[in-house]
Design a binder for this molecule. Structure first.
Ligand code: NAD
Ligand code: MG
Length: 394
């Protein structure tokens, strides 16, 4: 039977990789919807190749531009946030790849969860902003939730199939997230003040979107992944370890009570976790180069440098504080990263702004998704103001 898919964020790095894997297995999948925000030319090419029933873009102007490129193809073109949620929850789709970047991915991903879809979750920000409510919704609807983030996908593969949210029940002591350390591994805090956006987005092992590349460089990505792991695996933060492993061959590990450590290894290529989740519980080809042990110089490990990279600790602090703290951290970080990429602030301002927002909004407890999104919007306005004050006059 063909599985019907909606790909939220089909024009991003994860979206493109997903379509590459799907193209290898045309008999298994049919595309219900693709969404591409403002990347219209790329989306038009995807529409011609994969013939979705629906395509969703940012606004009316983008919709007109797409229609112009599609030349009468029978594709329903929609726009805006409500349309994203509609294609995610549509009865014509079985599975949703959630690959929009940032908190913008939360509402449509949650719509898919509430509709009981099978969810392939790349958008880690959904869990960072609303982990508890998101996981409650998964339990309530009975959605199958599969992680695309390579670390979480590796942990899932290293856990027994009987795992149902209780690590103790399956003999797990700790979860070990591996981190590449990013392009600035070994830099001092002072050296980090001078780095440029070009250096930050040049990741040594992975090709990724600009936002997650900056997050990898600041170790905020690892912090967001600690929060993601806390919710996905119901893991107390004291049971989550972070180890820097610059080769990115071990994608993460699970330590068991008896001393066993189970890991998932592979060539660093997101097509592996994408194919794993698309085929689960089967396995199929991903088009990834096999891991060549003889070509590996060796596998090395080090402690993360929490002084030069304070964003990692901010994530643990946010989990310890609870309430809306993780949502506050995420919103502040999205604004700070955007400002860094557009050269309005320096790299060292990212952790400073994140910490400042966390202390300004300490003690918030949103009881609903709407309250969390309201906090998210307020934090964004606040951090924009702070950035305005950082700028040299004139
Ligand atoms: P990307 O920047 O390459 O792509 C983002 C996608 O989201 C694009 O399709 C874009 O059109 C769409 N988009 C952007 N803003 C939007 C908005 N406001 N509304 C609707 N759509 C919008 O990002 P990416 O690297 O593919 O990452 C996507 C998600 O997957 C992120 O949450 C990231 O953390 C996660 N992730 C990525 C990787 C990776 O290797 N790239 C690995 C693990 C997790
Ligand atoms: Mg990751």
């Amino acid at each position: 039977m063909t599985e019907r898919l909606t790909i939220l964020g089909s024009t991003g790095t994860i979206g493109v990789n997903t379509l590459n894997v799907i193209a290898r297995h045309p008999e298994r999948f049919a595309i219900h919807a693709l969404t591409g925000h403002r990347q219209i030319a790329l989306l038009a090419g995807q529409c011609r190749q994969f013939r979705p029933a629906v395509a969703v873009v940012a606004d009316a102007a983008a919709a007109d531009a797409l229609a112009g490129l599609l030349d009468g193809l029978p594709i329903d073109i929609r726009h805006g946030a409500a349309a994203l949620a509609e294609v995610a929850a549509a009865p014509e789709t079985d599975t949703v790849m959630a690959a929009i970047v940032g908190a913008a991915g939360l509402p449509p991903t949650l719509a898919a969860v509430r509709a009981g879809k099978r969810i392939l979750l790349a958008n880690k920000e959904s869990l960072v902003v609303a982990g508890r409510l998101f996981m409650d919704a998964v339990r309530k609807s009975g959605s199958v939730l599969l992680a695309i983030d390579s670390e979480h996908n590796a942990i899932f593969q290293s856990l027994p199939a009987s795992f149902r949210g209780d690590l103790d029940a399956v003999g797990v002591e700790r979860i070990v997230l591996t981190a590449s350390g990013g392009p600035f591994r070994g830099y001092t805090a002072a050296a980090l003040e001078a780095v440029t956006p070009e250096q930050a987005v040049a990741h040594p092992n992975w090709v990724m979107g600009r936002k997650i590349s900056v997050d990898s460089a600041s170790l905020m990505n690892k912090g967001l992944e600690v929060i993601e792991a806390r919710w996905l695996f119901n893991a107390d933060p004291s049971r989550i370890e972070v180890v820097v492993h610059p080769q990115s061959v071990i994608h993460s590990m699970v330590r068991y009570r008896d001393g066993s450590v189970v890991a998932q290894l592979g060539t660093p290529d997101m097509k592996t976790p994408i194919a794993h989740a698309l085929a689960w519980p089967d396995r199929f080809e991903a088009g990834v180069a096999p891991l060549d042990f003889m070509a590996l110089g060796g596998l090395t490990f080090e402690q993360p440098d929490r002084d030069s990279f304070p964003c990692l600790q901010l994530a643990f602090d946010a989990l310890a504080e609870g309430g809306d703290a993780s949502a506050v951290l995420n919103a502040a970080n999205e604004i700070a990263v955007d400002a860094f990429l557009s050269r309005r602030i320096g790299f060292g301002d990212i952790p400073r702004l994140n910490a400042q927002a966390m202390s300004r909004f300490a003690g918030r407890h949103g009881e609903s998704i709407d309250a969390l999104l309201e906090t998210d919007a307020e934090v964004r306005r606040y951090v924009e103001q702070c950035i305005g004050c950082l700028q040299p006059a004139g």
